[in-house]
Design a protein around this ligand. Structure first.
Ligand code: FAD
Length: 319
């Protein structure tokens, strides 16, 4: 079923969903199942699986020189989606990115997803590769998520990139896109980011999932600004609990997100005690979740990072 249909059916009740990431190449599906089994009692209607572009690494050769090669460290998104659907009878939402895909690659990927009975896709641009500095699209691929949304919407009306196809079968994907309560880091200002978010909705996106945030007010303000700009689709808050002290500097650096001063104060009190830091992160996320549920969000979407224990400790206090 489509993500938006779940929201409609829930009739104002807040649902729960999870995001998992593929294991590093060489890892097993057991890792994914171990991270999801303890969470299935909360009955998530859908589970997202992230997609990871190839990365550059430098391999040392016997000569002593380093060679720049490209590898995919976390392949398997589509296979994992199929395995999740098979094991738990829930919908899986693969993330699909622009990076590394030509338009034809995208079309072929969408055909596979459609054949598998996958009804939802989260359409993203993807991040820059390490060492690239900025996002570089594949030759013949999309620059921005909006163009990917357009391609999916076109296939939904039976239009294929290979234009020799006449009367092509129309897919029926429900399309999710990313939104940034604290603005995307490349965006010159929040209004510009909102402008381009609206373009994704106008191109056919059906719902928004937000970047993590640690201050609910940022989400509330974001929703208000979206509604004022005429963006009326469901806006799902994405939540990630803080689990170690280092994240206090790494998250703002990597994701351009601020921490609430009360959270910083609590963390500083216990900074040398790993368990206590994790507990502060859990408690904070529980309070965030409770307030968001009270606000009536369609769904609480948790970035699990494979850590079922932490996610479970939070979700069991909410559901
Ligand atoms: P876009 O919507 O294309 O926006 C990128 C930037 O360009 C923004 O600053 C925007 O304001 C600007 N912009 C947009 N359109 C235009 C235009 N036409 N002209 C000029 N500027 C424009 N990354 C992964 O690699 N794999 C994943 O699985 C993944 N999952 C994610 C899930 C969620 C919920 C979120 C929030 C992010 C995820 N990401 C993932 C990270 C995401 O790919 C990055 O944040 C990326 O840098 C931007 O992606 P986007 O889809 O928001 O891009």
């Amino acid at each position: 079923m489509k993500v938006t249909e779940y929201f409609e059916q829930a009739n104002g009740k807040t649902l729960v969903s999870f995001e998992v990431l593929p294991p590093l190449k060489g890892g097993s599906m057991k890792r994914i199942f171990d991270s999801l089994d303890p969470l299935m009692e909360f009955q998530p209607p859908f589970i997202d699986v992230t997609y990871h572009r190839e990365e550059y690494i430098y391999k040392r050769r016997p000569s002593g020189y380093y060679e720049k090669t490209s590898i995919r460290k976390r392949p398997g998104t589509v296979g994992i989606c199929a395995a999740i659907m098979h094991r738990y009878q829930v919908d899986a939402v693969p993330h699909l990115i622009c990076g590394g895909f030509t338009k034809e690659d995208t079309e072929n990927a969408l055909i596979d997803l459609n054949f598998l009975g996958i009804k939802n896709v989260l359409a993203l641009r993807g991040d820059a590769r390490k060492f690239d500095g900025k996002f570089v699209p594949e030759e013949g691929g999309h620059h921005y998520a909006v163009d990917l949304v357009k391609q999916i919407a076109q296939m939904n009306s039976g239009e294929y990139y290979d234009d020799y196809i006449k009367d092509g079968a129309a897919s029926d994907f429900c399309i999710g896109v990313a939104g940034y309560p604290e603005k995307h880091f490349e965006s010159p200002n929040p209004d510009s980011d909102l402008h381009f978010l609206k373009k994704k909705i106008e191109a056919g996106a059906d719902y928004i999932v937000t970047q993590m945030f640690f201050d609910n007010q940022k989400y509330f303000d974001f929703v208000k600004r979206c509604r004022a700009a005429g963006i009326n689709v469901p806006i799902v808050p994405g939540l990630k609990p803080l689990t170690n002290f280092k994240q206090l500097s790494s998250i703002p650096r990597l994701f351009y997100i601020d921490f609430h001063s009360d959270l910083i104060k609590e963390l500083l009190k216990v900074k040398d005690d790993k368990d206590a830091v994790r507990q502060v992160g859990i408690e904070w996320c529980i309070q965030q979740s409770k307030e968001l549920k009270e606000f009536g969000v369609p769904c609480l979407h948790y970035y699990t990072m494979g850590d079922a224990k932490t996610t479970r400790a939070i979700v069991k206090e909410i559901y």
